[in-house]
Design a binder for this molecule. Structure first.
Ligand code: GN1
Ligand code: MG
Length: 331
């Protein structure tokens, strides 16, 4: 991105304000994020991925409704929402501006405190949103976290991919094939669970921490939708228990940390009102969402890297392998 582009977008939010400098924020595999240093202070500018978020106005409505509710009910954490609740379309791209939160995003846990603090934060989110009219929210990505959808996409990709990519991924393909039933079962369970307001992207880097590892903010709200709590608890287990992070290629050392998994499950049980079926599937959620992430990365590798941002040709394959090892170590 050029500075002039940032300036153009920023001026549309704040007349006569100057963007002094900007830097790229490496947080997220879908949207592009920049930190702007401006005459008005620091802001976050994001270019929204329009292929993935093809109903941005509906997603924005979800963000608005949920954030107003959280504010009215005194959610104790920042929940940074787009400035003026508007997006701007310039240069064929969709932009939004967000307030900057002075806190840190991590890709791996540094200590146990982060795990319990993040779980208390998400439990609070569920407690407060328990009475929210969830039927008012839009399903902005209708197939999101549907096991069947990802299984079908995987099979389509297998039928259409290059023989080269297929042979490079043969081990992961066989691993995934052996585990598909787990995703079918995930759908079966989810169908029986209450619809709640779900964040749908509770990976570790979406909780911002202060220097004492208290949670300051829950960020990245594009996937707020009705869904089951298993999606969020599962994604927390997937990312917090993976002490080397989802980008690690140190395959011999990758393993889900059982103590972290237990801390998350215990803390959720202690702080959230759940149905018995939800309670009984919290450990399973970690396995299912990790496996789902593995099939999603693998499918994208087979399709030629059309969804997740990659830095090299084996990036998605390595991620798929990382995730399968985490999944497998949870058994
Ligand atoms: C994507 O954009 P980001 O990085 O926050 C993805 C999540 C995955 C995650 C894996 C809309 O999230 O579902 O869990 O990558 N978001 C979407 O790191 O697909
Ligand atoms: Mg996200």
């Amino acid at each position: 991105m050029e500075l002039s582009i940032a300036q153009h977008v920023f001026s549309n939010y704040f007349d006569a304000a100057q963007v002094i400098d900007y830097s790229v924020v490496n947080n997220g595999l879908i949207n592009k994020t920049y930190k702007l240093d401006t005459s008005q202070g620091i802001y976050i500018l994001q270019e929204i991925n329009q292929k993935v978020f093809n109903e941005p106005e509906l997603a924005l409505e979800n963000i608005k409704r949920v954030s107003i509710w959280l504010k009215e009910h005194e959610f104790n954490y920042a929940f940074p929402t787009p400035i003026h609740f508007t997006y701007k379309f310039f240069f064929d791209k969709l932009w939004r501006l967000l307030p900057y939160i002075n806190a840190t995003s991590y890709n791996e846990i540094k200590n146990k405190k982060m795990v319990s603090n993040a779980t208390v934060c998400i439990a609070d989110f569920y407690r407060i949103l328990d009475q929210f009219p969830v039927q008012d929210l839009h399903f902005t990505i209708p197939h999101f976290h549907h096991g069947k959808y990802y299984i079908d996409e995987f099979h389509k990709a297998l039928n259409h991919c290059s023989s080269e990519r297929k042979s490079q991924a043969i081990q992961e393909i066989n691993h995934i094939k052996s585990a598909l039933d787990e995703l079918v079962y995930f759908d079966e369970v989810v169908r029986q669970l209450p619809n709640r307001v779900v964040h749908f992207d509770t990976k570790i880097s979406n909780f911002l921490f202060d220097e004492d590892f208290n949670v300051k903010a829950l960020i990245d709200l594009d996937t707020l939708m009705p869904g089951s709590i298993l999606s969020d608890v599962g994604d927390m287990i997937r990312t917090y228990s993976n002490k080397l992070g989802e980008e690690s290629t140190d395959f011999d050392r990758i393993k889900a940390d059982p103590e972290t998994v237990e801390t998350i499950v215990d803390s959720i049980l202690q702080h959230t009102q759940l149905t018995d079926l939800e309670k009984n599937h919290l450990f399973f959620a970690g396995k299912a969402i990790t496996l789902m992430q593995s099939i999603r990365f693998l499918t994208d590798f087979l399709k030629g890297d059309v969804y997740y941002a990659v830095n090299h040709p084996f990036h998605n394959l390595n991620r798929a392998k990382n995730q399968f090892i985490i999944y497998d170590s949870m058994n």
